[in-house]
Design a protein around this ligand. Structure first.
Ligand code: NAD
Ligand code: TYD
Length: 351
């Protein structure tokens, strides 16, 4: 045990978690950052090789649903704060296997809340339980409007229902037990180290391999895309300066219809791969729609901008070029995560 400010990051070997862990380890040499991850199919320590030897970083493999394990971890490290990202995160998988999402996202979060409450009992001063959530809890928008922090919850997929449930439990622990919580709900992220089951890395990988680009339904579903490092910066800011008990929406102010986004990716990759303009667009294939597919997400991020001064640092064009280039330069990383299990999932999902 030490006097250093010690933060538990759950899910730190995943996509967003690995960017956050890197940011915290590099920015705060005086902190101790403990990354707890079960290393499911989505968790990958190869995301963190550049910082794994840092003296202010530790990795623990374990499952947030395991009570005794989590109690031991809190005893071992005496955490000052928790930043909770561990989750099952892919909507399509939640449609196939909703119970897994209840287990990790709901039961895992409640277990973590409970263990933190017990460990910090009587002295919540200076502690912080930060729950990282999604804009999908708010449901689906029509052509107009934005999600604000006051938008009523209306989750429509097993994934978003499980995240909404976890958000409610976090607020319940604030009101009932005065656990010092803070929550953020963010729009779709993109960038390096994202598992290639999600739209952008899946499309980049398929373009690279000259494989069909599966666009769901009419392709006019809309998402608001945020550069993952901007999300990590927002989490850092909220962890340190956000008001206890408050919620902050985080978004990229960067809406794209899926089909327009895929066209854009095709054009940028044609350029980067030296293919004739329009070649990759030929790979686009409209496929069966996702059941219960939310039409549009869009975030009003004025609260975090006005109260904490956060804004996205880069726009999609630049962020996407960097992302596309990263996946081309890191083909070894992609091969590493495209394991047998993922190939099986892919064959079933797109059959
Ligand atoms: P991810 O799937 O890439 O990573 C999840 C991580 O959690 C993995 O490393 C996995 O091994 C770990 N994990 C899963 N179950 C666990 C368990 N039982 N115990 C310990 N670790 C476990 O997810 P992501 O895209 O990085 O998302 C991280 C968080 O951010 C999630 O809570 C997600 O709901 C939220 N979020 C994601 C997005 C997005 O666009 N990806 C947007 C908003 C919010
Ligand atoms: P996804 O990356 O799964 O994120 P989310 O569903 O959490 O927003 O999907 C983003 C959008 O892309 C969503 O509207 C579904 C669509 N999509 C496709 O059209 N084809 C695909 O193969 C995938 C994975 C997603």
């Amino acid at each position: 045990m030490s006097n250093k400010h010690t933060i538990l990051v759950t899910g730190g070997a995943g996509f967003i978690g690995s960017h956050l862990v890197r940011l915290l380890v590099q920015k705060y040499p005086d902190y101790h950052i403990v990354n707890l991850d079960a290393l499911t199919y989505a968790g990958n320590l190869a995301n963190l090789t550049d910082i794994e030897e840092a003296p202010n970083y530790s990795f623990e493999r374990g499952d947030i649903t395991q009570q005794a394990f989590m109690q031991d971890l809190f005893r071992k490290y005496d955490f000052d704060g928790v930043i909770h990202l561990a989750a099952e995160s892919h909507v399509d998988r939640s449609i196939t296997n909703p119970l897994e999402f209840v287990e990790t996202n709901v039961l895992g979060t409640v277990n973590l809340l409970n263990v933190a409450k017990e460990a910090w009992k009587g002295q919540p001063e200076g502690k912080r339980f930060y729950h990282v959530s999604t804009d999908e809890v708010y449901g689906s928008l029509g052509e107009e409007g934005f999600f604000t922090e006051e938008t009523p919850y209306d989750p429509r997929s097993p994934y978003s229902a499980s995240k909404a449930s976890s958000d409610h439990f976090v607020r319940a622990y604030f009101h009932t037990y005065q656990l010092p919580v803070v929550i953020s709900n963010c729009s779709n992220n993109y960038g390096p180290y994202q598992f290639p089951e999600k739209l952008i890395p899946l499309m980049i990988n398929n373009i690279r391999e000259n494989r069909p680009l599966p666009v769901y339904g009419d392709g006019k579903y809309t998402r608001d895309w945020l550069w993952v490092k901007d999300h990590a910066a927002a989490i850092d800011l909220i962890y340190h300066q956000g008001q206890t008990g408050e919620t902050y929406n985080i978004g990229g102010n960067n809406e794209w219809k899926n089909i327009d986004l895929v066209h854009k990716l095709c054009d940028i990759l044609d350029e980067l791969l030296g293919r004739p303009t329009g070649a990759s667009r030929q790979l686009i294939t409209f496929v069966r729609d996702r059941p219960g597919h939310d039409r549009r997400y869009a975030i009003d991020a004025s609260k975090i901008r006005d109260e904490l001064g956060w804004e996205p640092s880069i726009q999609f064009e630049e962020g996407f070029r960097q992302t596309a280039q990263w996946y081309l330069d890191n083909a070894g990383w992609l091969q590493g995560v495209l394991s047998g299990a993922y190939r099986e999932y892919y064959a079933k999902q797109y059959s």
